[in-house]
Design a protein around this ligand. Structure first.
Ligand SMILES: Cc1cc2nc3c(=O)[nH]c(=O)nc-3n(C[C@H](O)[C@H](O)[C@H](O)COP(=O)(O)O)c2cc1C
Length: 210
């Protein structure tokens, strides 16, 4: 599918075909394509819990305003944003340095500079920690949705849910914030897709502050 078509045809679909599963290799491809998203210092502070079984989805349904797409979609992802994924000693941070070294970078010089800069940028307040985690994970989530569309899948992002309740119900460690849930599957052919929603125009979006 042409990229422009992917952009235009991606929609938040409210009704999923409950009979049509997402094959595991396709789900893997979607996630690995989505992971091409950029992130600050390539820190990739995102993770996914992938729910497919009925019991888990029903547990989530109650925490997510009874949005029935949670049980109709064959796959629902709890998208996790790690507020600590910039700290020295964090496994992904250390892996990032290892990968940089393996690709020939002189990391000894860069390591302390990056750690110091990350601490200033991302760790100076709780607000900064959440902003770091959620902005990067937001790019990832968008990439996932576009990757899904390009592979013939449909998605629905949701932030109508109880974050604290979801953390508790699914034993999610405290360092994670949950910016959204993402339902994945195939649009139910018996449903009618709403007309595309309005968007701000170029003139609405571009501003200046003289
Ligand atoms: C972060 C985020 C959270 C959202 N949460 C919900 C939600 O909880 N329930 C819902 O029905 N739609 C939700 N939406 C879908 C939006 O309403 C939808 O994206 C918007 O109306 C534009 O429609 P489109 O995605 O079909 O282009 C959410 C979208 C985003 C990006």
């Amino acid at each position: 599918m042409d990229f422009k078509d992917v952009m235009i045809q991606r929609r938040s679909v409210n009704f999923f075909d409950p009979e049509k599963d997402v094959p595991d290799p396709l789900l893997r491809e979607m996630i690995e394509l989505g992971s091409k998203a950029p992130s600050g210092f390539n820190l990739q502070p995102w993770s996914l819990m992938v729910l497919k079984d009925r019991a888990s989805k029903e547990k989530l349904l109650k925490l997510a305003w009874n949005q029935t797409k949670i049980v109709e979609a064959p796959v629902v992802m709890i998208v996790l944003a790690d507020r600590e994924n910039w700290m020295e000693g964090h496994p992904t941070v250390e892996r990032n340095f290892k990968e940089m070294a393996a690709s020939g970078a002189e990391i000894e010089e860069q390591r302390s500079w990056i750690l110091e800069a990350a601490k200033k940028l991302y760790g100076s307040s709780e607000e900064r920690k959440i902003a770091f985690a959620c902005k990067n994970t937001g790019f990832f989530a968008m990439s996932l949705m576009l990757a899904a569309k390009s592979l013939g899948l449909d998605t629905h992002p949701m932030d109508g849910f109880d974050i604290d309740g979801t953390k508790e119900a699914f034993n999610i460690p405290d360092r994670f914030w949950i910016p959204l849930l993402l339902a994945v599957g195939y649009f139910n052919p018996e449903a009618v897709l709403e007309a595309p929603k309005w968007r701000k125009s170029y003139d609405d979006i571009v501003v200046s502050f003289p």
